[in-house]
Design a binder for this molecule. Structure first.
Ligand SMILES: *Cc1c(COP(=O)(O)O)cnc(C)c1O
Length: 382
């Protein structure tokens, strides 16, 4: 272990794995028992840490793990041979021969992919699991829904591919229930046109976190793909989603490095974008955009110190952020400052933080840099 890892922390993320496990169980409990749970752990499990997060989700009963690319699949495969993995993104042509090394199911959108993967699997005398993806209006991966039955037949007719699932992805599940319903209709119509398909033997999935708000539990759907919600963040304020009672797994913390007085009329940080209107006590935090504090929070965001909301003054810089602590008694160097999370009964949630930064929670989580150590809490504090 390097000596740096024994130094006090300047900026860190706390990841509560017990809350993560509880969230999965709560999401499960809100769904019919036959719904299988695909845990989406791409992008280092939304910045929470792939290995730690996936191990806990496996323990909590995830049925399948979804990752974005082969490197993530390889990393996840290190945890164990039995874990089923689905690759969500398109496989590059020169990745095809590596896919067998990691025993992952591949997403298929085209006839070329069927030919290429079937040839690779045949050459290795192996079977390769695939999920057929249908584009019902997302306009990204997947075969256009009207052409899905033909691609289905081509997969069935291949010698070494085994169809394990069929799925689609919604473009606007958070704010367009009408189009989401249309996407479901297109998907079901496509499935119906796949002659001989045995739906109950396949993973049939469409819903991500936001989709749960309008999920259809009666039809052939038998799996959900959950990312954000398992980390305790609501993709939107849907009534059903709120009833799950998932709680945030992640918090983002830093510290006060210096406290000092500046006179009214002086300016703060690069570009002099903020002029102090009063004599001000400022605190210099030991985190900046080099840690994942978005520069867009300049003159906009707030931070908690001693349970008080303190405004960010001027530009966020690479390693330091300046806040106003004039109205907070007793602030000293070394104090904890909360960027996202709870402190002494006050709270800044990830959605609010992301809104200040003109972005979405998904991007905020992916923007916490590798300079920031992740600290894991593993059991519920009682
Ligand atoms: C990322 C992703 C998900 C998970 O989405 P959330 O909104 O985080 O639940 C599901 N399906 C696909 C295809 C994805 O790319």
């Amino acid at each position: 272990m390097s000596t740096a890892s024994r130094l006090p922390l300047r900026c860190w993320a706390e990841i509560d794995l017990a809350v993560l496990e509880r969230n999965l169980r709560l999401i499960r409990a809100s769904l019919p028992a036959h719904m299988r749970y695909v845990a989406v752990v791409k992008a280092d499990a939304y910045g929470h840490g792939l290995h730690q997060t996936a191990a806990r989700l496996m323990h909590a009963g995830a049925d399948l793990f979804a990752v974005a690319n082969l490197a993530e699949a390889a990393s996840l495969r290190e945890l164990g041979p039995g874990w089923p993995i689905l690759l969500l993104s398109a496989l590059l042509p020169d990745e095809a021969r590596h896919v067998l090394d990691y025993d992952v199911a591949v997403t298929i959108s085209s006839a070329e992919e069927v030919d290429r993967l079937d040839a690779v699997a045949r050459a290795a005398s192996r079977e390769l699991n695939v999920h057929l993806k249908i584009d019902t209006g997302m306009g990204r991966l997947g075969v256009w829904h009207e052409r899905a039955p033909a691609l289905y037949q081509k997969i069935i007719a291949s010698t070494n591919l085994r169809l394990a699932g069929v799925f689609t992805h919604f473009s606007s599940p958070d704010d367009d229930p009408v189009f989401t319903a249309e996407q479901r209709r297109r998907f079901l119509a496509a499935l119906q046109a796949c002659e001989g398909i045995n739906l109950s033997s396949l993973f049939i999935h469409a819903d991500n976190s936001a989709g749960l708000e309008t999920i259809e539990v009666a039809g052939p759907f038998n799996a959900v793909r959950i990312g954000l919600l398992q980390f305790g963040i609501l993709p939107h304020n849907g009534a059903l989603l709120s009833q799950v009672h998932a709680e945030p797994v992640f918090s983002f913390r830093t510290r006060v490095g210096l406290v000092k007085q500046l006179p009214a009329g002086s300016t703060v940080s690069y570009g002099r974008t903020h002029t102090l209107s009063r004599d001000t006590t400022v605190a210099i935090l030991t985190a900046g955009y080099g840690d994942g504090v978005p520069r867009a929070l300049s003159n906009r965001g707030q931070v908690l110190v001693r349970g008080h909301h303190c405004p960010i003054l001027g530009r966020v810089t690479m390693d330091q952020t300046i806040i106003d602590v004039t109205d907070v008694p007793g602030v000293v160097a070394g104090d904890e400052a909360v960027l996202v999370g709870h402190q002494q009964g006050a709270q800044i949630d990830l959605t609010e933080f992301s809104r200040w930064a003109d972005t979405i929670p998904w991007e905020t989580l992916c923007s916490v840099t590798k300079r920031v150590p992740r600290l894991y809490k593993t059991s519920l504090g009682l």
